[in-house]
Design a binder for this molecule. Sequence first.
Ligand SMILES: Nc1ncnc2c1ncn2[C@@H]1O[C@H](COP(=O)(O)OP(=O)(O)O)[C@@H](O)[C@H]1O
Ligand SMILES: [Mg+2]
Length: 333
Amino acid sequence: MKQTTRFGLKYTFADRELKQSREGPGQPKPAEEAAARTQQAAAEPGFAGERQESMQQVLHELDSLIGLSQVKELVREIRAFVEICRRRERFQLKNESLVLHMIFKGNPGTGKTTVARILGKMLAELKVLPKGHLVEVERADLVGEYIGHTAQKCREQLKKAMGGILFIDEAYSLARGGAKDFGKEAIDTLVKAMEDHKNEIILILAGYEKEMENFLSTNPGLRSRFPIHLHFPDYSCDELMEIAQLMVRERQYQLSVGAAEYLRQYLQQQVDANRPNFSNARLVRNLIERAIRRQALRLVDRRIYTRDDLIMLLREDFVLPAGEEAGIYIWQA
Ligand SMILES: Nc1ncnc2c1ncn2[C@@H]1O[C@H](COP(=O)(O)OP(=O)(O)O)[C@@H](O)[C@H]1O
Ligand SMILES: [Mg+2]
């Protein structure tokens, strides 16, 4: 049976069973029918059955992110909404149309890409998206240099993202250069694809809050196509420290007391400086990865070392030589 809605495919089998049970010998009494339906709803995949475990994993991944309480709540809302739409559909109740294109607003390193990746997995578990993978692109991946080039580039990226999420970072830059710029053509191509493949792809436009607001107000047609807006606030110093502890734990390292003290002090300074390009959790990741390399350098020529030596990151691994900014010796962004 062909999939006609986001929920169609998943339910055809169960629906057929339900239909057969209704058409079976003798007409079921209304009470029996109601009981059958209740049972059917209880056996709903997503909240029960084999899918539950992977959904639990996805939710666990979401929960283990530090802070982001509003984002987490909205993601849970989306999940509940999809589930309820699906249950209502089974009782032939009317549903709001499920448009899940989103705008993610926030500074760099606030978790936008991370949350988009988790959302993709969640929507795949919910069978809203066939695959749920994330394809992250920016202006250069979409906008070409000559006539026809832009459409071709967009088509390529859309094809890659089909079945999942197309995540456009710094999306406002598509509007750079005004009406004659090929960016406009990219926007038009994307909008058309959203309509043509509405059950196969979700678009997320991401970028700095102010720029995104500006972008949406100069492209009023876009706003209504992206009904879900998520705001990613800057992290506090405490949250950045929690993120740091999480990151070192994941990598099987540990911060010494001195290292933690130094890092907290450094991050507090950065938070207080309130620079527009402050890169939040990404800065933390860079500092840790750099400290890991410096620890390696500190230990590599030693003949005697313990397991603890290999685990522990010391203050001296973090301390930056005077005048050197974190991020200069970064291997990967
Ligand atoms: N709340 C968080 N908890 C734990 N790690 C986080 C959190 N937010 C971001 N990170 C980590 O920080 C890095 C940058 O996050 P990312 O999602 O790429 O940010 P953005 O897309 O907003 O620039 C990633 O390594 C990510 O895992
Ligand atoms: Mg990102």
